[in-house]
Design a protein around this ligand. Sequence first.
Ligand code: IMP
Length: 427
Amino acid sequence: MPAAVLVGAQWGDEGKGKATDLLGGDVDYVVRYQGGNNAGHTVVIGDQKYALHLLPTGILSPDVVPVIGNGVVIDPGVLLSEIDGLAKRGISAERLLISSNAHLIMPHHKALDKVTERYLGKAKIGTTGRGIGPAYGDKIARMGVRVQDLLDPGILAKKIEVALTEKNQVLTKVYNRRGIDPAAVLEEYLAYAERLKPHIADTSLVLSKALDEGKFVLLEGGQGTLLDIDHGTYPFVTSSSPTSGGACAGAGIPPNRLTKIIGILKAYTTRVGSGPFPTELTDETGEWLRRTGGEYGVTTGRDRRCGWFDAVIARYATRINGITDYFLTKLDILSGLESIPVCVAYEVDGVRHDEIPMTQTDFHHAVPVYEELPGWKEDISNAKSFDDLPPNAQSYVRALEEMSGAPISAIGVGPGRDQTVVVRSLV
Ligand code: IMP
């Protein structure tokens, strides 16, 4: 039975929550495979709006088992407050499984994230300040604290001690900050352990058995392709692998189990934080897109940078991820425009590039080459089928499909659960 991956095709915030939710009825397990509470998914069900950061979207569907995979970095305090917040609204997290191999975000990771950004000054990444980069840094440096360490107070104490022996030197001597008390951290994390214990599992094994039994597993990425540590606009990226290759490593299931790779593509482009963004609009039109699209970060509340659709990026995402289907989101936001520019290539120092330039230097200088597509005036938010869309909206979708190199199988025409036009089944 299938395992499908949902991956952001741009710089994150493409509307993955809506796509996961759309598939919810067919899915048995929803797995977050990377990132942490830097992500933010908004799901609208009826008149209720849910903003999720760490919990997989599957938490909102009572028949789905939500899983936090080994590739995620977990801030346990944030996770518990998210669980408590949902409980207050009548949603139980009892089914949640957390990989014993996932890494924990510790207080020193958050402190270091903030202080290093400040030291970078103008060169800052614009991180979410949640400790993501330092937590992954420690994971790779083999000094991380894992979820399974919560089950052994002796080991937990030792690992905190070892980590803080070094990090307190850095905090106090390099950055002139106060050191962190290991005893206080131990007490705090032992309290988290009590509550998280029932959820800790060998999730790779659970998922493997589920697939053997013919269950449907959906792997849900945070962020997006261009924020990938290897394939994104480094160094202005997150510290994990949102691309489909990262899904296998971060969930503990092999590549040959994947049957569908669904890319989420916004009908225009946004990005949060620093870094190159060729189609960015810094004028009134950009402000209009931000306002109309509600482009403000779910996690940090920061204004998202907005711009036109970039087909070069979409093609890149298709290639890097092996996209089998696209879910095009927020098409309704573009209603009312006379014509819509779409970036089909870049020009760098007078040379045309049909692919993302090989070097960061060239990408920073990329000037979009636009093609104008005719717009539509009609309100499309009630469209139920592709034929309900005005001809120019249909042409826009078809043009994006052709330029992106993968079929657009679903189209978001509004924020609601039922405001999706399904062109062909995503499963
Ligand atoms: P970090 O993941 O907090 O280290 O931030 C690194 C970069 O990724 C920054 O530019 C963030 O704005 C960006 N980023 C992280 N998570 C998201 C997300 O969920 N959506 C959009 N951008 C994100």
